[in-house]
Design a protein around this ligand. Sequence first.
Ligand code: KIV
Length: 305
Amino acid sequence: MSLTNFRSAGSGAPAPKVTFPFLQEKKRAHALITALTAYDYATARLIDESGVDMILVGDSLAMVVMGQDNTLAVTVDEMLHHTRAVRRAVKRAIVVADMPFGSYHVSIAESVANAVRFIKEGGAEAVKIEGGASRCELVERLVDAEIPVVCHMGLTPQAVHRMGGYKVQGKTAAAAEEMIRDARMLEAAGASVMVLEGVPREVAEKITAQLHIPTIGIGAGPDCDGQILVFHDLVNLSFSQPAKFVRQYADGAALFRGAIESYVRDVETRAFPSEQESYHLAKNVAAALDLDASVDDPEAILREA
Ligand code: KIV
C-alpha cells in the first residue's frame, strides 16, 4: 500500500474504516497515525470528518469537561455516557475508551467486566489502560475476551500521587531501560497500540523501533508512529497553562468568547432577534385577535415553521 492510500483529510479519496490491522499497516509503511481526544457528539464528528485515525474518549474529560483537578474521580458510568455520545458521531476513526482510575485496579475479573461494558454499552472498539509490566496479565485476559487494548506508559496521569506531580518519566538510564522492557512485555501480552506520554524523545524513539505495534506519542517527541493531543489543548479551551508539548492550532476561547459577547450585546440592545428571525401570524388570525401582522399569506406560516 502506498502512502497516499493512507491519506484521508482533504484527499477526496474514500477513507477506509480504521482498524487495528490498518494502524499496523500504517506503521509498516511509515505513514503517521493521527489521534485526538473527544468527549461529545459535535467535536467527535468534526474530528472524524477531518480524517483523524483514532479518537480517544480520554479520562482527561474529568479535567477539561468536568473541571476537576486531576483524572482520578471520573467514574465508569460517566466515561460510558461520553463514549456513547462519541460513538454516535464517529464513522471512520477507531474509538478507544479510557478505563478510569479504580476500574481495573481491584481484580482481573472486575476489570474485564468493566472493559466489556465499554465495548457493549459504550460502543468502543478498544480500551486504554495505564501502567507498565504489572498490567501484562490484565492485557492477556482482555485480549482473551476479544477486547483490543491500548497501553499507556510514561507519565500516566492516574499515578499523579505516586509520581509526585505530572513529571517526565524514564529520565535515568535505569528508568528508561525498565520502560523499554515493560513496553516489550506489554506488546508480548497482546497490546495493540502503545501510548507514550511525557517520555524523553530518545526513549520513545527506541521503544518505537523495538515494538511491532504502533506507538502514539504525547510529549514523547516526533519519532513515534503517531501523535495524540487533548482536543481542548489543541483549540485553547483547557483554561490552564499548556504543557511544553502542546501546540495550539486555534484560539477557541477567544472565538467562543467573542461570539458570546456579541450575542449578549445584541440581546441587550434588541439587535437580536430581528424581524427576519421572527415568526408571524397570518393577517386574518391577527385581525381576529385585534393584532397587527405583516403576513398576508396563511401558507407562509406553514412554510416558516
Ligand atoms: O485521557 C487522555 O486524554 C489521555 C491522553 C492524554 C493520551 O490519556
